[in-house]
Each structure stands twice: as structure tokens, then as C-alpha cells.
Design a binder for this molecule. Sequence first.
Ligand SMILES: Nc1ncnc2c1ncn2[C@@H]1O[C@H](COP(=O)(O)OP(=O)(O)OP(=O)(O)O)[C@@H](O)[C@H]1O
Ligand SMILES: [Mg+2]
Length: 260
Amino acid sequence: MSPVVKIQDLHKIYESGEVPVHAVRGVSLEIQRGEFIALMGASGSGKSTLMNMLGCLDRPTRGTYELDGINIDELDRNELADLRNQKLGFVFQGFNLLARTTALENVELPMLYGRHRKVSMEKIRERAMHCLEIVGLANRFDHFPNQLSGGQQQRVAIARGLVNEPQVLLADEPTGNLDSKTSVEVMGVFQKLNDQGITIVMVTHELDIAKYCRRNLILRDGVVVRDELVADRTIAEEEMQRIKAAEAAAKLTHQAKPGS
Ligand SMILES: Nc1ncnc2c1ncn2[C@@H]1O[C@H](COP(=O)(O)OP(=O)(O)OP(=O)(O)O)[C@@H](O)[C@H]1O
Ligand SMILES: [Mg+2]
């Protein structure tokens, strides 16, 4: 099968400041359907720049990018926006949920634009509810973001990223604002989605988070310096059981000590 992402000799030079910044310097990469990739590298190494190009949020200065067989260079602004809407889902570090809007309405939002414009509100609601079920939050559909924990908010954001049935889910530090247990929970959602066939590309700073993925790419100064399969992948469900067992043990010791 053809790769879902194919980029060749991709460059990005930011010309906005006094000195041009060559942020991505010739990246070539193929991503097959069903991959789960962690994009790593030091701050300033070009991760977000590369993700923005993968996400069709920004165009490369040179090089080619084919998304699901479509060369994005040949598309105008509107066509690019449509392609993005059809093929890609996004999850951000800061969740980016609308505050005065319920979980369900937040998830519906991407369906109100693009190719779903003619779909009935009832169908949109049904699809959004289904996505909340996938992330295990159907029972919180009418909660506002400030009534949800950080992990729950990120799961709503993942549901929103899924609502248009994307080919690829792109996530820029999705666990960056979460504590370690909540991060495991979110990685569990990603692993479940990936097991169902969704391709995921995720930026992370944390090595132990990258180990939940299947393939790790490391950028340095805008160049891929390492590209390797994860040998002994962490499984979120197992990790969660370990955490729960440790918590239960801690509770027992706590109860056993009188006066503590
Ligand atoms: N809009 C912009 N205009 C000019 N320079 C930029 C712009 N965005 C990023 N850069 C520069 O490009 C380089 C790569 O930035 P990028 O944001 O891709 O790094 P990153 O790997 O995502 O870092 P971090 O881990 O801190 O998020 C940096 O030197 C940065 O200063
Ligand atoms: Mg970044």
C-alpha cells in the first residue's frame, strides 16, 4: 500500500526576522498507514515546524509533500484547508477547548465546517457522541471544560481530533501539561486508536512517553538524526495496572501504620 505521508527533501526557512532561520533542513520520510510515531528532539530542533507542515498548516519552503497520494504543492489555500479537514486530526498540548462550550459541542465543532456542512445536526451529534464514547467520556458530554480534569480535557480534545475520521492524527506534546498517571491514561487512548488502525504522529520531549509509540524519530537542528523502531514498547494498560497496584499497596501501608 502507498504511504499515507511521503515527504522528500523538505525545507523550511523562516524569513520573518532579520536573520532567516533554516528550521527544517532536508527531511525525507515515509509514514505507512497504522504507524505510531514519536517525534523527538531538543527544543528548537524543528519538531513543531515539521508538524505544522505535516498538518498542512504551513507550506514548506522547498521539497515535496504527498498526503494520501495528493501533492499539496498543487493545491490552493481552500483546497489545502479542505484536505486538512478531511485527512487530518489535531491534538494540542494546551487542549484548546472552547471554555463556554460543552464537551459534546467541542467535539462537534470540526464537523460544522468543510465537507460535513450538509450533514444534519442529528448525525453530527451522533458522531460526536460516538467519539466521546471511544475516549471513555460519553457520561461527561454535557460538562464544560472547567468541570473536567486535565486528562479528561485532553481526551475530549482527542475525540474532537477524531470526529472527521482522519487518516492521520497529529499531536504536538499531548501529554506536556499532564501529570504522569494522566499521561499514561492518554497514551492508553492513543494506543487503542492505533490498534484500530489510525496513524498517529506525536511530538514529545519525554523518552518514557515515546516508548508507547512504535517508531521514534529524532530531530537535531532540522535534520532527522535517528529513525528507529521501538524494541520493547510500553503498554499503557499494563502500566496503569502497575500504578494502581502501587497505589493500593501504599494505601495499605498507610492504614497499617497507626497514627499516620
Ligand atoms: N514563526 C517563526 N518565525 C521565525 N522562526 C521560527 C518560527 N517558528 C519557529 N522558528 C524557529 O525555528 C526553529 C525550530 O522551531 P520549532 O518551533 O520547530 O522547534 P521545536 O523543536 O518544536 O521546539 P520546542 O521543543 O521548544 O517546541 C527555532 O530556532 C525557532 O526559533
Ligand atoms: Mg514545538
